[in-house]
Design a protein around this ligand. Structure first.
Ligand code: ATP
Length: 879
């Protein structure tokens, strides 16, 4: 049976359905039989192969190699201590892999959770009544009602097409749109003009389809079967982290080699030197960086979702943080999309205006009021109270954002009428007549000017304007609906109050150095009035109309784009893309909002495409990077705040982790240069890098937005995560202060125990064990202070509050607990070569920790003074 070749009644009978749709019993039975309408990912990589990947990446391989060398050396020269190191390296590989695996798993869970927040719902006819259901509940035989902007939920045969146009790009990759018909077709499935496929998009018109395949039986399901589901994007930040890790690994290897050569020159013995070289490499390589960064991106996207911005890829989290320009539409984003008709102006009694408003309208009455687009439902409610007529609709040219009007052909009271409603700019030029003193007269220039004046006055009050017109026909048009020579029937002005949160969100944008430009399809005066109300406009507006925008030379438009108080009105989606492209060419990082089918290209083009979750079409949502669950402009600003924060947090924990590399390195240098007993052993380095440092670093990644984050200018586009400033602060400032503490602790114990230079000590002597433990304790004590300084590159800890990040306190508690285990238990002592310390050592280390905290506070103060209030926080060098 070829479903495409059947007549309508055969389609219904072959799928045991009817033009009234299925009934509830059918649906339940079929759902049990065919299962939910879902694409299962068959080839999801098995847990085992994913776990294996964590043992075989670049750094892991490096570590395997090091471990292998240790074992080989142990075999060739037993008793040099290399066996223990080899085992320790294996432990590192294991801990790292498990840790990364758990983080990857948590990241995936977080993303999966986010996906569930945006249900995919679709209109169906069941029991003869239109209802909206989850796409997952669609079963074969269901009668789906498709409208412009919908995503097709399952494969189906078209039984009614009202210029139903689909784009099969998501399935076939070809981007041409296809006009579908409901007539039978003899060709094969791929060529047919009467089938729709799951995952494709309705880009125009509407229609009804009977579902014949769901879930894995759909064409999309079959492909998913072959390709094994979705490929995850890698964000530039992740790529950069990988780059940083590799560079640092290369530096580490180079350092290791240097120390080896230096050791040889100073005659310290081959195996000793070899051991140290490996120690240095392990100390410097930031093993856990990439999974930690990925996890903190995922956590940020979860926080964004809590603030109503659903991020579709981790990529967007970071792109959001650098946005310096938002192009926003007005209706629904800046305003509440709660429309009511506030005024009607008509040249006669208004009856015809109401007739047009009622019947040239796709809103439908439903059990819970009126269903449909907010503009249309408002018109419907208003008009339905004033005219009581029946009408039969014979044809429709649906509203679209380019034409900015809608037309229908209706039979009303025996008269055949064309009804047109839309933007005055597109409807008035079609009007040739107007009612006057009981008759209908030609619409001359003077009358047109008068109408335009009325339009301006009403729009100037912030009303969204609708011009209404009609004409009578003798016979049904065979082709296009004739829209010329209309009789003007009136203007309706709709009120749509601004969202209360928008004004403060705009103030935040201003202080954060983010420019906001309104790009709306609405009229200039309406847009200007709303812009003034929400504080987007101060002074006289510069309004550029879509038409001007299309004809203006690019050079002039670029100049205009620099003006304050700029508003783009009556813009078509094409105009919008043009403006967005120019802004991007000018070097801006642009976020663009959109909700319609035609907005998809602008959403894709911009750095961050923002679609509306409530009012937007599926097409826009598919194209966007983030979806606003509440359609609210303020949510974009919250998302930017989180985006900026995550970048800063990642930098903060990198500073924290890198700082402890210096006190790990300096003991080696001192050992080689001055011949003192090695102050810190490799096992102790590992205790810091893979033990005590881990938890506070994670907590730094989850820091909530600092109070000044939206008072700083956007991050320059080219700015890297690791700048010279970040490295200088970590290595040459914080790191050196830490090294001071640990060497201080070491010498204090050594001297107290009667050691004198150049005396050597047995590795098992209590004095040596205690001295190295003091060195380790020095790192731990100063890292506790450091975690507070790393919470912000600019803000004083007094401003942030010592207790404001709970997770950080937990992290520190875990760090200290681990330190106690290492220093004060026999097991910890045995593994890490430590010995218990007396309180005097801690008392000695305390001032070093306070010194680090104080010194960084002074640095922050100096920075504040230097940068002054004019450029608050502008310091890309350090933060
Ligand atoms: P924004 O882009 O800020 O969301 P908008 O939603 O007002 O603006 P459009 O939806 O493109 O932009 O509407 C532009 C104009 O088209 C409106 O001012 C109105 O005059 C007209 N219009 C809007 N909806 C309809 C409709 N359903 N039927 C006919 N005309 C409409």
């Amino acid at each position: 049976m070829k479903i495409q070749a059947l007549a309508h009644d055969e389609v219904f009978s072959s799928l045991l359905s009817s033009p009234r749709g299925l009934d509830d019993g059918d649906v339940a039975r079929r759902l049990a039989e065919y299962g939910p309408n879902e694409i299962r990912q068959l080839h999801v990589r098995s847990m085992l192969s994913r776990l294996t990947a964590h043992f075989t990446h670049f750094l892991a391989l490096l570590l395997w190699f090091a471990a292998g060398l240790c074992f080989l050396s142990e075999y060739l020269h037993p008793g040099e201590g290399l066996l223990r190191l080899g085992v320790a390296i294996l432990a590192i590989i294991l801990i790292n892999a498990l840790f990364s695996f758990i983080q990857e798993y948590r990241t995936e869970k977080a993303i999966e959770e986010l996906r569930k927040l945006l249900p995919f719902r679709i209109a169906v006819l069941r029991n003869g009544v239109e209802t909206e259901v989850d796409a997952g509940e669609i079963v074969p035989g269901d009668l789906v009602l498709l409208r412009e902007g919908d995503k097709v939920p399952a494969d189906g045969r078209v039984v009614l097409s009202n210029r139903l146009t689909v784009n099969n790009a998501p399935l076939t990759g070809e981007s041409d749109s296809r006009l579908l018909s409901d007539a039978p077709w003899e060709g094969d499935v791929a060529e047919s003009h009467n089938l729709v496929f799951a995952g494709t998009l309705v880009v125009g018109g509407g229609g009804q389809v009977v579902v014949y395949a769901t879930g894995m039986a759909t064409e999309f399901g079959k492909i998913a079967h072959i390709t094994g589901g979705v490929v995850q994007e890698v964000s530039p930040l992740q790529v950069e982290i990988l780059r940083v890790t590799r560079i640092v690994a290369a530096i580490a290897v180079a350092c290791g080699a240097c120390f080896f050569v230096m050791g040889e020159l100073f005659g310290r013995g081959f195996w000793n030197n070899f051991l140290f070289a490996i120690g240095i490499i392990i100390a410097l390589v930031p093993e856990g960086l990439l999974p930690t960064v990925t996890l903190s991106l995922a956590m940020a996207s979860r926080r964004m979702a809590r603030r109503n911005a659903l991020v579709k890829s981790l990529n967007a989290v970071e792109a959001l943080g650098s946005v310096d320009m938002i192009c926003t539409d007005k209706t629904g984003t800046l305003t509440q999309n709660l429309m009511t008709v506030k005024s009607l102006w008509s040249p006669d009694d208004g009856a015809m205006a109401c007739t047009v408003a009622l019947f040239c309208n796709n809103a439908t009455p439903s059990s819970d009021g009126v269903r449909g687009d907010p503009t249309e439902t408002a018109l419907y409610r208003y008009a339905a109270e004033r005219v009581r007529l029946d009408a039969e609709r014979l044809d429709e040219a649906p509203f679209d954002a380019d034409r900015k009007r809608m037309a229908t052909v209706n039979r009303i009271d025996g008269r055949l009428l064309v009804l047109v409603k839309g933007a005055a700019e597109t409807v008035l030029p079609l009007c040739g007549r107007i009612p006057r003193e009981g008759g209908i007269v030609a619409l001359d220039c003077a009358l047109t000017t008068e109408l335009e004046g009325r339009h301006r006055a009403m729009a100037g009050q912030g009303l969204r304007m609708m011009a209404l017109a009609y004409r009578e026909l003798d016979q049904l048009p065979s082709q296009e609906i004739p829209e010329q020579g209309l009789v003007f029937a009136g203007f309706m002005g709709l009120e749509d109050p601004p969202r209360p949160e928008v004004a403060s969100a705009l103030r935040q944008c201003r202080s954060a150095g983010i420019r906001v430009i309104m790009i709306t399809g609405d009229a200039g005066p309406t847009a200007a009035a709303i812009a003034r109300e929400i504080g987007l406009l101060e002074g006289e507006p510069v309004i550029i109309q879509g038409k001007e925008c299309a004809t203006m030379p690019d050079s002039q438009l670029r100049r205009e784009l620099k003006q304050d108080n700029l508003i783009f009105a009556r813009m078509s989606p094409q105009n919008k893309i043009h403006v967005v492209s120019l802004l991007m060419e000018e070097g801006h990082r642009v976020a663009v909002t959109g909700d319609g089918v035609n907005d998809a290209s602008a959403l894709k083009k911009a750095h961050v495409g923002v679609a509306m979750g409530l009012s937007g079409t599926s097409v826009a949502r598919e194209a966007a990077d983030i979806v606003l669950l509440d359609d609210n402009f303020a949510s974009i600003v919250h998302a930017i705040e989180e985006g900026r924060t995550v970048f800063q947090n990642i930098r903060n924990f990198i500073t924290y982790i890198f700082a402890s590399n210096i006190p790990e390195l300096i003991p080696y240098i001192a050992y080689i240069l001055f011949g003192i007993p090695l102050p810190l052993t490799i096992m102790q380095i590992l205790a810091v890098d893979l033990g005590t440092d881990m938890f506070p670093a994670l907590a730094l990644g989850s820091e909530s937005p600092p109070p000044d984050i939206m008072r700083r200018p956007p991050r320059p586009k080219a700015e890297r995560l690791l700048t010279g400033g970040v490295l200088t602060r970590a290595y040459l400032f914080l790191g050196l202060l830490e090294a001071l503490a640990c060497m201080g602790g070491y010498f204090y114990v050594m001297q107290g125990g009667g050691w004198e230079w150049p005396q050597t000590l047995a590795p098992s002597s209590t004095l040596y064990l205690r001295a190295t433990t003091a060195c380790l304790a020095g790192i731990i004590a100063t890292q506790v202070a450091n975690v507070f300084t790393c919470r912000s590159p600019h803000l004083s800890i007094v401003t942030l509050g010592f207790l404001s990040n709970r997770l950080l306190l937990v992290g520190i508690a875990l760090e200290l607990a681990l330190a106690l285990l290492i220093i004060y238990t026999p097991g910890g002592n045995a593994i890490f070569g430590c010995a218990p310390l007396g309180p005097d050592v801690w008392l000695l280390l305390l001032p070093f920790a306070l010194l680090l905290l104080g010194a960084d506070e002074v640095r922050k103060l100096v920075h504040k003074r230097l940068s002054g209030s004019a450029s608050v926080g502008r310091d890309s060098a350090v933060g």
